[in-house]
Design a protein around this ligand. Structure first.
Ligand code: 1HE
Length: 262
């Protein structure tokens, strides 16, 4: 048992690791120790699961940076803290398995940055999103200027930061920041279901999706197309691909069905 266990719960459901942010009294605000607990859980999930879900205990997903701890930090400590968030969130975004964020209540500041480092965001009706850094006199430091800006666009992110506006789950879905909006009380169940589905994919393909797509997005079209051909050819060479393609051709694998069709 580690000293970080209390801050984060961890449970393996089949091939899905369920990681729970567990500081509800402080609305899951992320302190230095908390970010290490998240890291530990993410690395454990990578070692023993095929997909992960991150959710918040209590009513809220995460209230962002622990402002009480942050306000006491000298400049260079703040820089190192931000760089540590980058490393930890990178373990989520560009690790070896895909993650779902199951969001209820607040996904604010660093909480939204954490959600943006996952691959799929599912939000309950009650979820809300804000970047109050402008009003707090600080700035995003958990990778948001890269990840949130790419997710919803820099102009919309700038709008959120400049005005402090709060977006509902539905509004954030329109902006592309969440992929699913689900009824109250169902977000974790739905998140685990989606993660369970991803866990059935070929491991190498999941790895390629989470690692190649964001890198290709950073490349020129020409470089991106070249990189895509390399990744696609590598994927085809795996035993997993050979077996799955044979299963389809020999009619053992499920077909793609139209929505609502069975
Ligand atoms: C906190 C934090 C926090 C709550 N750091 N302690 N994030 C923010 O600016 C969001 C600040 N939080 C809020 O606006 C609200 O707390 C919530 C909308 C998330 C939830 O409201 P509510 O009414 O359910 O809770 P509460 O009564 O405001 O808070 C309960 C306790 O949690 C209270 O402490 P208590 O000792 O008085 O009980 C709060 O002080 C505490 N708490 N949020 C510390 N964030 C890497 S850079 C990222 C930059 C950012 O993330 S900036 C955005 C920071």
């Amino acid at each position: 048992m580690s000293e970080n266990d209390a801050l984060v719960t961890y449970e393996l459901r089949g091939k899905v690791a369920v990681i729970g942010l567990n500081r509800p009294a402080k609305r899951n605000a992320i302190s230095d120790r908390f970010v290490e607990a998240i890291n530990e859980a993410v690395l454990r999930a990578r070692a023993e699961a095929r997909a992960g879900v991150i959710h918040g205990h209590g009513k809220h997903f995460c209230a962002g940076l622990d402002l009480a701890e942050h306000s006491e930090k000298p400049l260079f400590e703040a820089v190192k803290g931000s760089r540590r968030w980058h490393t930890v969130f990178d373990h989520i975004e560009r690790g070896t398995i895909p993650f779902v964020a199951a969001i209820s209540g607040a996904a604010v500041g660093g909480g939204f940055e954490l959600a943006a480092s996952t691959h799929i965001r599912v939000a309950e009706d009650s979820a809300f999103f804000a970047l109050p850094e402008g009003s707090r006199g600080i700035f995003v430091g958990g990778g948001g200027s890269v990840r949130i800006a790419r997710l919803i666009g820099p102009a919309r992110m700038g709008d959120m930061m400049l005005t402090g506006r709060v977006l509902s789950a539905e509004a954030m879905e329109r902006w592309g920041g969440v992929s699913y909006v689900v009824p109250e009380g169902t977000v974790l169940e739905r998140g685990v279901e989606i993660a369970g589905q991803m866990a059935t994919n070929a491991e190498f393909t999941n790895y390629a999706i989470i690692n190649a797509l964001p890198r290709i997005a950073d490349m020129s079209s020409e470089d991106g197309l070249f990189a895509e051909s390399m990744v696609a050819s590598l994927a085809t060479m795996t035993d997993d691909a050979k077996e799955r393609l044979r299963d389809f051709l020999e009619k053992r694998a499920a077909k793609v069905k139209a929505p609502g069709d069975g």
